[in-house]
Design a protein. Structure first.
Lengths: 270, 315
């Protein structure tokens, strides 16, 4: 395994582990306020220090990982769940009007400023983690539709698909039994990329107050709250940002590494 | 060539019509009545009804859609509910911040990305390449609003080279305005530069492997010469696609950065309009942004044809 892939896997697993452990244990209660301990720098008692309410930053980062991962993961699920079938359909009916409609709708979604629409959705339907998921998930649909169609189009010209057609299998059955397994690699790689973009988008939305609401900890909101205290206690702004950077960095390395690993053409020749 | 242009033009118009329908429909289903927002909680039902008539809100949806489109075609984007001024004035005023900011950020993006991408491609597989690639991975992972906070901490609060936020306007001269936009532009540009450098590198490496490059090398050009004269020109197609997308992104995507720096740009206007339910502003500004994206995409398509004669012939 390449070192960059191991690093990516390690960072992504660390974030996932922090989120999983936070379900049963965090060093401190994430909602416990302790004004006497506010804005303490990192110490043995509080590894990453405390925020303006005296809450333990390490504990909040662990619980925040849960929010980030949950939002990004479900948003990828929405994108895949709707985008992949649409892409398969477009490829099966390639050149036909169904294909045309699906792809034009895709182009249309791409023309919209995603961040502005996400902000509009969350502002209008109320800021919450669920609406953030929807806002991010909608823009994942065309991405997966396009990748699926692109991968599937090439397959439809190959002999083994022709053979399946001759054997009397319908387009739907061929799409599921033959096309889908052969584009799984592409989808895994794209899924990793959209997952990391989702974490960035969630951070952005909660930074402007439109993501998960208090008391649910979230990295973006921690940064928003830290902004006014950045001169007093830089660590309050530093650690949530680092958590985002390392998680997204890890996922991107993982995505690149997986692409190289799963695509035989990119594998270094032995 | 004429058929290619005509085809692109038809799809441009269709996209605009479809986009305007979607925006109108979304705004239609948004809960909350602008008239009652404007008048507050204590307003009587009659005053609200009167204002609704005055704003044209009681007309049927198709009628309102058509008058919205007709208005925009005349350059009349309606009246902001909260600011009580024409939306076109608001947008024009905000564009004096957003356009220079986007252009500044795009220039910085290209300034960083081109040398980095060329260096990485030229030194493919070596330490310089690995360093550039590692740095770009980090750059992509950087949330620009966090990077903005760090920039403010270092360059505005610690060293006090640039202002921490706000915008003095262009009346006081170019220099203070540019200074106010510098940190926001850097914060916007760095993650974009990382993306562009990666695209440029892989496009260059892709073309490097092609026969015409081998021919150029065989006739005696050095690697550096083939890269700058031949590979770069061919690599420009994907690079321009990304640049076009980035310009549209920077115009609208500055929404969070403009909030960090309290810049009175388009992003901040739309953010405030959304939170204040100033739907006419939201509707028109989103339409303008989508219009910008579609037109930039169109321009990039035309530029392809200018760069790549094969595209003209095929269409």
């Amino acid at each position: 395994m390449r070192p960059s892939l191991s690093l990516g896997l390690g960072l992504a697993l660390a974030a996932a582990l922090a989120a999983a452990v936070s379900l049963v244990w965090t060093p401190y209660d994430v909602t416990a306020l302790s004004i006497a301990d506010r804005l303490k720098p990192p110490s043995a008692a509080h590894w990453l220090g405390t925020d303006h309410f005296g809450r333990d930053i390490a504990s909040m980062l662990m619980a925040g990982a849960r929010t980030s991962i949950a939002v990004a993961l479900v948003a990828v699920g929405i994108g895949m769940g709707l985008g992949v079938p649409l892409g398969l359909l477009a490829a099966a009916r390639r050149g036909g009007w169904v294909d045309e409609v699906v792809m034009r709708c895709n182009d249309l979604v791409f023309a919209f400023p995603s961040l502005v629409i996400a902000i509009l959705i969350t502002a209008v339907f109320g800021p919450s983690a669920v609406n953030a998921i929807l806002a991010i998930g909608i823009f994942n649909i065309p991405v997966f539709a396009r990748v699926t169609r692109g991968g599937a189009l090439g397959l439809w010209t190959l002999d083994f698909i022709r053979a399946a057609e001759v054997a009397g299998k319908g387009a739907a059955r061929i799409s599921v039994e033959h096309v889908l397994p052969n584009i799984a690699n592409l989808l895994i790689v794209q899924g990793t990329i959209q997952f990391s973009l989702g974490i960035l988008a969630e951070a952005g939305l909660s930074y402007v107050g439109l993501g998960a609401q208090p008391p649910t900890p979230s990295w973006g909101r921690m940064l928003a709250e830290a902004q006014t205290m950045v001169t007093l206690a830089p660590h309050v702004a530093l650690f949530p940002g680092l958590a985002i950077v390392f998680t997204v960095f890890g996922l991107n390395l993982l995505g690149d590494g997986l692409r190289d690993l799963l695509d035989p053409r990119l594998r270094p020749r032995a | 060539m004429r058929r290619y242009l005509l085809g692109r033009l038809v799809s441009l118009v269709l996209s605009l019509v479809a986009a305007s329908l979607v925006i109108f429909a979304v705004i239609e289903i948004v809960p909350g009545d602008p008239a009652s927002y404007m008048l507050g909680l204590k307003a009587s039902a009659e005053t609200v009804a009167a204002l609704r008539t005055q704003l044209g809100l009681d007309a049927a949806p198709p009628e309102r859609y058509l008058s919205w489109i007709a208005g925009m075609a005349r350059g009349d984007f309606g009246l902001s509910y909260t600011y009580k001024v024409p939306v076109s004035d608001l947008v024009a005023q905000r564009l004096t911040v957003s356009l220079p900011l986007a252009a500044y950020a795009l220039a910085l993006t290209a300034l960083v990305a081109f040398p980095a991408g060329l260096l990485a491609a030229a030194r493919r597989g070596r330490i310089a390449d690995a360093t550039v690639m590692g740095a770009t991975q980090l750059g992509i992972a950087l949330p620009n609003f966090w990077f903005a906070m760090l920039l403010v901490l270092v360059f505005a609060l610690h060293w006090q080279i640039f202002p921490a936020g706000g915008f003095p306007g262009w009346e006081g001269g170019i220099a203070p305005g540019v200074a106010a936009l510098t940190l926001p532009a850097i914060a916007l540009a760095l993650p974009q530069a990382a993306i562009l450098a990666r695209v440029l590198r892989s496009a260059l490496i892709e073309t490097e492997g092609q026969d015409f490059i081998r021919t150029a090398r065989a006739k005696g050009l050095t690697r550096g010469q083939t890269m700058l004269r031949h590979a770069l020109r061919n690599a420009m197609i994907p690079v321009m696609t990304i640049l076009g997308m980035q310009f549209s992104f920077l115009l609208a995507g500055a929404i969070i950065i403009e909030n960090v720096f309290y810049l009175p740009g388009l992003g901040r206007l739309i953010f405030q309009a959304i939170t204040q339910r100033d739907l006419i502003v939201v509707e028109s500004v989103v339409m303008i942004l989508v219009f910008a994206v579609i037109v930039v995409t169109f321009a990039v398509d035309l530029a392809y044809a200018a760069i790549d004669p094969r595209l003209r012939r095929r269409a």
